[in-house]
Design a protein around this ligand. Structure first.
Ligand SMILES: Nc1ncnc2c1ncn2[C@@H]1O[C@H](COP(=O)(O)OP(=O)(O)OP(=O)(O)O)[C@@H](O)[C@H]1O
Length: 229
């Protein structure tokens, strides 16, 4: 589903590459944690998948397409198959919960009847039934993140990218968010999540890819946050 072949990225004016000769293969339906200290290259990795950024060298394939070579008019369609969730939720503050989720479908031209069906269904899935008419600032952080996940998932993307999704949440709320991401993964969605949260990585025991100064230093099935034999 996601394949990096000898990928390097050097930002303009930087001597040292942010990613250096990364090769990795992520299969459809996998759940992968991307870990590493600040500046190790995690966001750069995610930006490549989204084609927010192009590799300086090497090839990035997403769902069978080499994204570096995508014509610019094809990029929106490419991004449509990837749902994204961020640490800071990024909800539209002047729209209700249901409107935030519906908006993701409106911008891609989904018919009204389909939106009316998918939005409540997805709010139900993320545990927000009954909160459809609330405004984002009337919700807890965990609930806001659930809205963001509903918005990312409502179009049933093949891939869900979560960049530090629990970074602003307390530990017990984070556990609920992880259960939800796990449930989404079980529907067949490939989940790629960057995190600094060692207890979550240790609890989930999923594949762990660790970056250090732009190098891939560990790729371990059912791994922990720090290396353990
Ligand atoms: N737009 C940019 N221009 C120049 N250098 C950049 C740019 N974005 C990132 N970098 C550099 O690339 C390296 C990797 O950064 P990246 O943001 O991918 O790390 P990260 O692992 O996501 O860090 P964090 O955990 O703090 O989000 C760092 O050395 C960073 O300073």
């Amino acid at each position: 589903m996601i394949r990096f072949e000898k990928v390097s990225v050097t930002y303009p004016g930087q001597g040292r590459p942010a990613l250096d000769d990364i090769s990795v293969d992520i299969e459809k339906g996998e759940f992968v944690f991307l870990v590493g200290s600040s500046g190790s290259g995690k966001s750069t990795f995610l930006y490549l998948v989204l084609r927010e950024l192009r590799a300086t060298q090497g090839r990035v394939y997403v769902a069978g397409r080499e994204v570096n070579r995508l014509a610019s008019w094809k990029i929106p369609r490419h991004r449509r198959q990837i749902g994204t969730v961020f640490q800071d939720f990024r909800l539209l503050q002047n729209k209700t919960v249901a409107e935030n989720v519906a908006f993701a479908l409106q911008v891609i031209g989904k018919p009204r009847a389909q939106i009316a069906e998918l939005v409540p269904q997805t709010l139900d899935l993320v545990g927000l039934d009954g909160k459809a008419d609330r405004m984002p600032d009337e919700l807890s952080g965990g609930e806001q993140q659930r809205v963001a996940i509903a918005r990312a998932f409502v179009n049933r993307p093949q891939i869900l990218i979560a960049d530090e999704p629990t970074g602003n949440l307390d530990p017990s709320t984070s556990v609920g968010i992880m259960k939800l991401l796990d449930r989404i993964n079980r529907t067949g969605t490939t989940v790629l999540m960057s995190t600094h949260d060692n207890s979550i990585v240790d609890q989930m025991r999923k594949r762990v890819i660790e970056l250090e100064n732009g190098h891939l230093v560990r790729d371990q099935a059912q791994g922990a946050y720090g290396f353990q034999n």
